[in-house]
Design a protein around this ligand. Structure first.
Ligand code: SF4
Ligand code: SF4
Ligand code: FES
Length: 489
């Protein structure tokens, strides 16, 4: 037996007191789960309320937060010091949340339809969507649920499941549209939280959106973006001199060549925030990396995929693959482009890496430190879309003090900023609060959509990791130039 202490959130709505964490020192067997520790705590205090049933990951009753992350208590090993809280949903008591209003919005099959059995291909697609155990984890982390009437990720999963099933008589696309289908920011938080690993954004929401688009249910602003891509190959209009008109096709490093990347710039960094892309190029050249910019590159197609408008996608993919085919390593700086190339393009004749991965792999010259405290906003499509979290943090820590804030969607993705601006603003304001709570002087991120959107929701400077590194290098150069050991010019 092992002795450990867990801290459990206790809340009684009748008392009027706020929730508080109560420590319980319990004895559990080797390999015990959180649920075992809760049972031991319950023996000490029978008023502790929590739900469970199967004890084997099948019923979904025991979903709760352990150290801030939604998990199934019966499947999660317990550790000394664990903090155990309810899901971020209305709390009934202690660890018990009220899921009823949410579960009531999950549709049931209505017998009828074509009345036939699904064919083998449909069965495979249904399987991807049928594993839900209605634990509520995805709902509890969904930013769209937090600020709109969106019915939630698992309700959308069920609508896609029913829309595929020939035995169902409902019009599930119209229903999804009524349930605010286009509110999803495609942040992937639901997939990250799901104990059954159901890829709701890609397997349900983007498919429902594609069908809604075929039915003429697209948001007019999304159609405008698709028209812009069709006519200009770019998803944002020209407002400044684009990067492609400001750089050479090949830019050699300042020292010996240590590597080479073909730079997939993306619409935002080329058309709206080219200064940030120029900063990234400077950091790469300083670290011995040759930067090649294939000028034939076009929009990656992400804004079309996320909003279900797929007509131009094959052409964009082919143009980009042909443009980058000669280069073994393609580098993205936009989290959305990187996720799209890595996950939506299929097999590629080149390797795709985000700039944070490239600089980590090659290693960087240490920059000077700045007297600066910053916080880092995780772009959803970098953190969950590409699994990149530590790399940018390691670079930031070389330059400044880093204060963490919870990773949460800023509201700019999935076509929400263009199609649902009020939702995007509501989520941006939640970021404002989180940023302010850190006490940081600047916000650092690594995605142009996040940087652009958050700029409208904080009074602090919002900058890219590469721009911060470059400032560190400039300070280092200034210190070196001012050093008495160096010849003055
Ligand atoms: S991807 Fe994000 S916004 Fe969309 S349903 Fe999942 S959690 Fe909600
Ligand atoms: S989709 Fe996954 S996270 Fe959401 S309720 Fe179902 S099992 Fe839980
Ligand atoms: S008790 Fe059933 S999933 Fe945990």
């Amino acid at each position: 037996m092992t002795e450990l202490t867990i801290r459990v959130s206790r809340f009684d709505p009748v008392s009027g007191e706020p929730a508080r964490l109560v420590p319980y020192t319990v004895e559990v067997h080797e390999g015990a789960r959180v649920l075992n520790a809760l049972h031991a705590a319950h023996e000490q205090d029978p008023t502790l309320a929590y739900r469970y049933c199967c004890g084997s990951g099948q019923c979904g009753s025991c979903a709760m937060k352990v150290n801030g992350k939604p998990v199934l208590a019966c499947m999660t090993p317990v550790a000394d010091g664990d903090v155990i809280e309810p899901l971020d949903l209305p709390v009934v008591r202690d660890l018990v949340v009220d899921l009823v209003p949410r579960l009531q919005r999950i549709a049931a099959l209505v017998p009828g339809g074509e009345g036939t059995l699904p064919d083998a291909e449909t069965v495979d697609r249904l399987k991807e969507l049928c594993d839900c155990i209605e634990c509520g984890s995805c709902i509890s982390v969904c930013p769209a649920v937090a600020v709109t009437d969106f019915s939630g990720p698992t309700a959308m999963r069920q609508l896609e499941r029913l829309s595929l099933d020939p035995r169902d008589a409902g019009d599930r696309i119209a229903e999804a549209d009524r349930e605010n289908l286009f509110a999803c920011t495609v942040c992937h938080a639901c997939y990250e939280a799901c104990p059954k690993e159901i890829r709701i954004p890609g397997k349900a929401i983007e498919r429902l959106r594609a069908e809604a688009h075929r039915r003429g249910l697209s948001i007019p602003r999304h159609v405008e973006v698709a028209d812009l891509v069709r006519t200009t190959d770019r998803s944002v209009a020209r407002t400044v001199t684009p990067l492609f008109e400001r750089v050479d096709a090949v830019m050699e490093p300042y020292g010996p060549v240590r590597g080479e990347v073909a730079f997939f710039v993306g619409c935002m960094y080329s058309m709206r925030l080219p200064e940030t892309a120029l900063d990234a190029i400077e950091v790469l050249r300083r670290n011995g990396i040759r930067v090649i910019i294939p000028m034939e590159q076009v929009c990656c197609g992400s804004p079309l995929i996320r909003t279900g408008q797929l007509e131009e996608l094959a052409r964009l993919k082919k143009t980009n693959i042909d443009a980058f085919r000669p280069y073994p390593l393609v580098m993205t700086t936009c989290a959305g482009c990187g996720m799209t190339l890595k996950t939506n393009y299929g097999e590629l004749p080149f390797r795709v890496m985000d700039i944070n991965e490239v600089l980590t792999e090659f290693g960087i010259e240490p920059p000077a430190r700045l007297p600066l405290t910053v916080t880092y906003h995780d772009p959803c499509h970098l953190l969950r879309g590409q699994g990149i979290s530590e790399e940018p943090r390691a670079f930031i820590r070389q330059v400044a003090d880093l204060v963490e804030m919870p990773a949460r969607c800023c509201g700019s993705g999935g076509g929400v900023k263009s199609g649902k601006p009020e939702e995007a603003d509501a989520l941006g304001e939640l970021r404002r609060e989180a940023i302010a709570a850190t006490g940081a002087e600047q916000v650092i991120s690594s995605c142009p959509f996040c940087e652009f959107h958050i700029q409208g929701h904080t009074d602090l400077p919002v900058r890219n990791v590469a721009s911060l590194l470059l400032e560190g290098y400039r300070k280092k150069d200034a210190e070196t130039a001012g050093s008495p050991d160096q010849p003055s010019s």
